[in-house]
Ligand binder design. Structure first.
Ligand code: COA
Length: 219
């Protein structure tokens, strides 16, 4: 496999381990979370394979497993800004290397323990530093998402455009065939000094670069 993100070593955790997902069956177990309400996404086998193969090619699907090898949750990142629902960035954003957190889910029995998703997002923050990534962003429901506060705790903030928080309308077909429209917004975390300065100067974030921050690790 030429995707170097998949070369990362398994990370032992207090309740198991985190490693790249290299079996489609594991991926399928976690992605099926989105078939449940409030998402109710139809998610065909083709959709799931496309997402899984997208990570293999151009990103990373990271799984948190129990010690006995049962997958509890995943975080999927893509290494690009390209997506049909991409947020507004300055057109020169291409000079930066992003991580886009495309998917985040914990299977229901493992939620709310400050373990699965929190650990996965922390590992992604660290991976971004070691891979010389400039910023990380993700899309959430505008009305708030269970992942929002968790990401705010881990250094993410709202993405801005012209001084306000842009909200996007996304239409999708639910599992019962009904069409639904959802309002979305974005959270963002600068990683490198270059990323921080660019995002601040182009109005995507409100916090100016702070010398006390940990970015030196990355430079
Ligand atoms: C959002 C989600 C990924 C969080 O994963 P998680 O492993 O439960 O999160 P953690 O236990 O590490 O973090 C605890 C946080 O999750 C929230 N949380 C999510 N589900 C919870 C539950 N069932 N019980 C208690 N807290 C829950 C808490 O609000 C807490 O946040 P806080 O910082 O406000 O205290 C998970 O709830 C999920 O898979 N939801 C369905 C899919 C989804 O919403 N994905 C996000 C799309 S952007």
């Amino acid at each position: 496999m030429s995707n170097q993100l998949y070369d990362m070593k398994l990370i032992p955790m207090p309740y198991g381990y985190i490693k790249p997902i290299d079996k489609f069956e594991d991926f399928e177990k976690v992605i099926d979370v989105f078939k449940e309400p409030p998402f109710s996404e139809p998610l065909s086998l083709k959709d799931k394979l496309e997402e899984y193969n997208g990570y293999l090619k151009n990103g990373l699907a990271l799984g948190y497993y129990t010690a006995s090898g049962e997958i509890m949750g995943y975080a999927g990142i893509m290494q690009e800004v390209e997506d049909i629902h991409k947020p507004f960035f300055n057109p020169n954003i291409g000079i930066l290397n992003p991580f886009y957190i495309y998917g985040l889910a914990t299977r229901s029995g493992y939620r709310g323990k400050y373990m699965v998703c929190s650990s996965l997002v922390k590992v992604i923050n660290d991976l971004a530093i070691t891979n010389k990534i400039d910023f990380i962003y993700l899309r959430i429901s505008a009305a708030g998402s269970k992942s929002e506060h968790l990401c705010l705790r881990l250094g993410y903030d709202n993405l801005y455009q012209n001084g306000s928080i842009p909200v996007q309308s996304c239409s999708f077909v639910r599992i019962d065939g009904k069409m639904e429209t959802d309002e979305r917004r974005f959270l963002i975390k600068p990683i490198s000094q270059k990323g921080h300065i660019f995002l601040f100067e182009t109005g995507s974030i409100k916090q100016p670069y702070d010398k006390i921050a940990v970015y030196e690790k990355n430079e």
